[in-house]
Write a protein that binds this ligand. Structure first.
Ligand code: BEZ
Length: 213
């Protein structure tokens, strides 16, 4: 078991997937990445989640994000189950699914939480930046399917705040105003945010989203 924290390098691995053997770092290249685990093939919630992940491909592509799934089932099981996902969710699975039968990757990423289930992976989500660093970790139990709109929303925030000196406030969605990070002085803010900013309190300054026209 290893503990992975925000800012750590995403551990590299080579794994058998539905799209062949993949070296994770090479596969990521210059892209952002989402690595997410699901408890098991042929289960209802997972079927809907993987269908959603496939349907969101255009949205992931727009953000330069590659997606990879994982469970501890084998390759033959994954490949047969993909047929069911495509049939029932009206989609075509378009990302690799790791067949982690030996639990190598799930152990590396601490995706098995023994007090929840000692055999199956929980619903972990790791977002990885182009620098291969871990930008986000979210963990859901098997009984709760993820919200892929929330995942896109968080990726929008991660990408915006990686390149601009802003943070995103509560319930922020792309297009909403942002907060200026405390390290930026008002003098610097005038240059960095030509659309202007509003000083609500000296520590709470709002500015229009800087990467929008
Ligand atoms: C599911 O994907 O539906 C599921 C998997 C494991 C436990 C409960 C639900």
């Amino acid at each position: 078991m290893s503990t992975i924290r925000l800012g750590d390098e995403a551990p590299n691995f080579t794994a058998q997937t539905t799209e062949g053997v993949i070296d994770f770092h090479k596969w990521l290249g210059e892209s952002w990445g989402v690595l997410f685990s699901h408890p098991a093939d042929y289960t209802p919630v997972c079927t809907t989640e993987l269908g959603a992940a496939a349907k969101y491909k255009k949205e992931f592509d727009k953000r330069n994000v590659k997606v990879m799934a994982l469970s501890v089932d084998g390759l033959a099981s994954h490949k047969a189950w993909i047929g069911d996902i495509n049939e029932t969710q009206g989609t075509t699975v378009n990302f690799p699914i790791i067949a982690d039968e030996d639990r190598k990757v799930s152990t590396l990423y601490d995706m098995i939480h023994p007090n929840a289930n000692d055999k199956l992976t929980v619903r972990s989500v790791f977002v990885i930046g182009p620098d291969k660093k871990i930008k986000l970790i979210i963990v859901y139990p098997a009984s709760t399917g993820r919200n892929f709109d929330e995942l896109l929303r968080v990726i929008d925030s991660l990408q915006l705040t990686a390149y601009h000196k802003v943070a995103t406030p509560v319930n922020w969605n792309s297009g909403d105003d942002c907060v200026i990070v405390p390290a930026v002085t008002n003098e610097q803010a005038e240059k960095l945010f030509p659309k202007g900013f509003k000083v609500v309190k000296p520590y709470l300054r709002m500015t229009p989203q800087p990467n929008l026209k």
